[in-house]
Design a protein around this ligand. Structure first.
Ligand code: ADP
Length: 563
């Protein structure tokens, strides 16, 4: 049954009970008033008339006329106040007796007869009063009984209504409120269990449907997310490079088996932990988290041997916000090994070539000497060409040897306090002839009172020679070169400036790479090693080398060394 119907029925019932009580009350009160009315009025009046007639009868001997009048008046009133059964007959008999009383005087026995009639009327009315009184009190008792019964039933029903109804309405509402709270806490398994067929029953069905839908949605989403997560984890784990994922607050999101292997920390000790805290007990992780140092390969003991890894830190950006980062290590051990093999090979070859080339040079020198034998002009020219090629070959093998020494780390630096001027003098000495040959003028500007540098003069001069040699080679004939040496804070800056063709900006970043030569650059001779070796020589002395060039107008190569 619906709540609305139940409420209507309950209230209707209460209304009916109230109506019944009101009707009964009115009925009994009416009845009681009728009973009491008839007692007070009719019977009482009959008693008064009878009493008056009785006293008139007694006064008959004293004042006959007024007594008869009194009797007559009261008898007439009695005749008009017949209410009881048998009262009429006695009153008629009394009237007949009264006719006799008027005619002549009555004997005592006749008076007694009249008195008997009057007593009879009084008796009838008294009995009636007693009866009616009894009836009235019975009515009152009935009224009390029925009304008490109805009141008791009504009180019982109302009491049970008062006790049960608030709960009947409030309990489901409370259960519903609790369930909604559970749903808001994502407990979608929550259900309502109202068995009734009323509005609450319908509410429970609708609520349970909603919770079921939410549950299904949540489960399907969760399952999908878990599946996607598993897939990504598998991908990350199958990768051969160590990978560590961090969120924007540096908490570890994921770490693959490779990374666990090289770090030597268990997955449990890393996942969800604050990475800098974990790094307190792990030197390698501390190095990996350091964002500034990403250039040099890291030497890490992995797979029972020393391995080399390059580090890359990728920022994860979503909607222009950084939401985390991924540290990826690339195992470059194989390349390192190949590089070492190559360096070894170059070192061996260049070393092995040096001796035969030197002996060729020696042979050529002897051939040129007239004391050994006279050679004709054509042969002289040939010897000259071979000599030039041999010098180039010797230069290349020398550079290759230098390179292999730099790469293998066997380069020996001999630090000595050196005046910057000495470096320039040393270089100019060996380049003078080449400059003069091309008609290139060298302008030298050296700041006064420069401090001494603690450097390897040979290596530094080698760089200076290489820069001047390039400047001459890439300048037009009869042009000039400017050499400038000055102090800048804690460094001495060496500069070699030419006014040649300059360097195309797209190659600027590459010219310090090994074996790099600008395509179609003139002159065609050269190995592309000079600047690479220069870079290594300067950097191994804690210096920096760089170039500023305006394409078509010239280049300025600079290097700075700490004082
Ligand atoms: P190379 O033996 O070829 O000169 P380097 O390492 O000394 O080798 O130079 C690398 C390349 O840089 C050269 O091939 C050349 O193209 C460019 N380069 C070097 N110096 C200059 C310069 N002063 N002006 C223009 N280009 C230059």
């Amino acid at each position: 049954m619906r709540i609305k119907t139940k409420l209507s029925l309950g209230l209707g019932f209460l209304f009916s009970v109230l109506l019944l009580l009101a009707v009964l009350g009115i009925f009994y009160i009416h009845r009681l008033s009728n009973d009491s009315k008839s007692i007070t009025k009719d019977n009482y009046e009959s008693l008064v008339y009878s009493k008056n007639m009785m006293s008139a009868l007694d006064e008959l001997d004293i004042d006959q006329k007024s007594s008869l009048l009194k009797f007559e008046t009261n008898l007439k009133a009695q005749e008009n106040n017949i209410t009881e059964e048998g009262e009429e007959e006695i009153t008629i008999e009394l009237r007949n007796e009264f006719k006799n009383l008027k005619l002549d005087s009555l004997t005592n026995s006749e008076k007694n007869l009249v008195r008997q009639k009057l007593y009879a009327i009084t008796e009838i009315n008294l009995q009636s009063i007693v009866r009616k009184n009894k009836e009235a009190s019975e009515s009152a008792s009935d009224a009390v009984l029925y009304m008490s019964l109805i009141a008791a039933v009504t009180i019982l029903i109302t009491f049970s209504f008062i006790v049960n109804f608030p709960g009947y309405i409030a309990n489901p509402i409370k259960e519903l409120t609790d369930s909604i709270k559970e749903i808001s806490r994502k407990n979608y398994s929550q259900r309502l269990h109202f068995k009734s067929n009323d509005e609450f029953g319908e509410l429970a069905i609708a609520f349970n449907k909603m919770a079921k839908k939410l549950d299904e949605y949540d489960n399907s989403n969760l399952a999908q997310i878990i599946f996607q997560k598993k897939r990504i984890e598998t991908i990350i784990n199958t990768m051969h490079d160590p990978i560590i994922g961090l969120d924007e607050n540096n908490f570890v999101l994921f770490v693959n088996q490779e990374a666990i292997g090289i770090l030597g920390i268990s997955e449990v000790d890393m996942l969800g932990k604050y990475a800098p805290d974990v790094a307190l007990h792990n030197d390698l992780l501390r190095v990996l988290l350091n964002e500034t140092d990403v250039s040099k390969p890291l030497k890490i003991f992995s797979e029972n041997k020393e391995s080399y890894f390059t580090k890359e830190i990728l920022q994860i950006i979503s909607d222009s916000n950084i939401i985390g980062k991924v540290i990826v290590l690339k195992n470059v051990t194989k390349f390192k090994e190949l590089d070492a093999a190559k360096t070894n090979f170059i070192a061996t070859i260049s070393h092995e070539l040096k001796t035969p080339i030197a002996s060729i040079k020696m042979g050529l020198k002897l051939l040129k000497d007239d004391r050994v034998g006279v050679v004709n002009e054509e042969q002289k020219k040939l010897i000259e060409n071979i000599s030039e090629d041999t010098s180039r070959l010797l230069k290349i093998t020398g550079e290759l040897l230098d390179l292999s020494q730099v790469e293998s780390g066997t380069i020996q630096l001999h630090y000595n306090p050196t005046a910057p001027q000495e470096v320039v003098d040393y270089a100019i000495q060996s380049m003078k002839f080449q400059a003069e040959q091309k008609g290139v003028n060298i302008d030298i500007k050296i700041q006064e009172e420069l401090p001494y540098l603690n450097i390897d003069i040979e290596k530094t001069a080698w760089v200076m020679v290489n820069l001047i040699s390039n400047a001459i080679r890439y300048s037009a004939e009869n042009s000039k070169i400017e050499i400038d040496i000055k102090k800048d804070k804690e460094h001495i800056i060496f500069s070699v400036k030419d006014f040649g063709k300059g360097i195309d900006p797209k190659y600027i970043d590459k010219i310090f790479d090994k074996f790099f030569r600008i395509p179609n650059g003139v002159p065609s001779s050269g190995t592309g090693l000079g600047l690479a070796i220069s870079k290594d020589f300067i950097e191994s002395q804690q210096g920096i080398i760089w170039v500023e060039s305006e394409f078509g107008k010239g280049s300025e190569f600079k290097f700075s060394l700490p004082i």
